[in-house]
Design a protein around this ligand. Structure first.
Ligand code: URA
Length: 239
């Protein structure tokens, strides 16, 4: 029984999305008429349902195209580049920061300034390369003078981040700093209380830690950040 479902599963994986959708609807219709058999079992229908969900997941490219030359909030006026995100589209770990700074705005890439250099070292300390993970931010355009993101800016931008996370389907998320943790977890709890404990975002384990820019200004917090990174490494290596 299991073997026939697996064979069925493998061969049908190659089918076009619309054929899968049609097949699923047809099988559901047959089931409604009272027919039974391997292909009409609850398991088969559940598998077909998963395929349909899989084929409906967007890619990072289509999300970026939809974002386009975004003017959904006031930050578009002062930006040089939109910083969409960078890294492995199939990453097991997604890191989410706050928003682009001066260097990121110039280059169109996340975490390439001083905080980014520290982030690269933090990743290296837990045996990870930047290319293995995916790095992005809550907002994709630099706020004037690097001020904090405002609620309307986060509201305009966060749907794209949510779609990016859904497209990547990572095993793990690490938020960097107050804004990323609070925005994804929907809370105003301070980062000092959010950090260091796993929570979930859409069923994905999420660990909040301090922002590397904060660590550059507060050396004494590096010990706690190191503890967080070790927890992240442990779960990453098991995922
Ligand atoms: N700080 C952030 O939060 N994100 C970046 O991309 C760079 C600095």
């Amino acid at each position: 029984m299991t073997e026939s479902i697996q064979t069925f599963n493998k061969s049908t994986r190659q089918l076009l999305p619309e054929i899968k959708e049609g097949l699923k609807n047809y099988l559901q219709y047959m089931k409604g008429l009272g027919y039974e058999g391997v292909a009409l079992s609850e398991t088969s229908l559940r598998i077909l349902d998963e395929w349909c969900k899989e084929t409906m997941v967007e890619t990072l490219d289509t999300i970026q195209k939809d974002l386009g030359a975004c003017r959904r909030c006031k930050l578009h006026k002062g930006r040089k580049h939109i910083v969409f995100g960078d890294g492995n589209p199939r990453a097991k770990l997604v890191l989410v920061g706050e928003g682009p700074g001066y260097e990121e705005d110039l280059q169109g890439l996340p975490f390439v300034g001083k905080a980014g250099q520290l982030l690269t070292k933090m990743l290296k300390a837990i045996n990870l390369l930047r290319e293995e993970v995916y790095i992005c931010n809550i907002i994709k355009c630099r706020p004037p003078k690097n001020r904090n993101p405002e609620p309307d800016e986060i509201a305009a931008c966060i749907p794209f981040l949510r779609r990016q996370i859904r497209a990547i389907r990572p095993n793990l998320i690490c938020t960097l700093g107050t804004f990323a943790a609070q925005a994804l977890l929907g809370t105003d709890t301070p980062i000092s209380q959010l950090r260091g404990r796993f929570r979930t975002y859409e069923d994905i384990p999420l660990l909040a830690t301090y922002h590397p820019a904060y660590l550059l200004r507060n050396e004494s917090k590096k010990r706690e950040a190191w503890e967080d990174l070790q927890k992240l490494q442990e779960v990453y290596e098991r995922a």
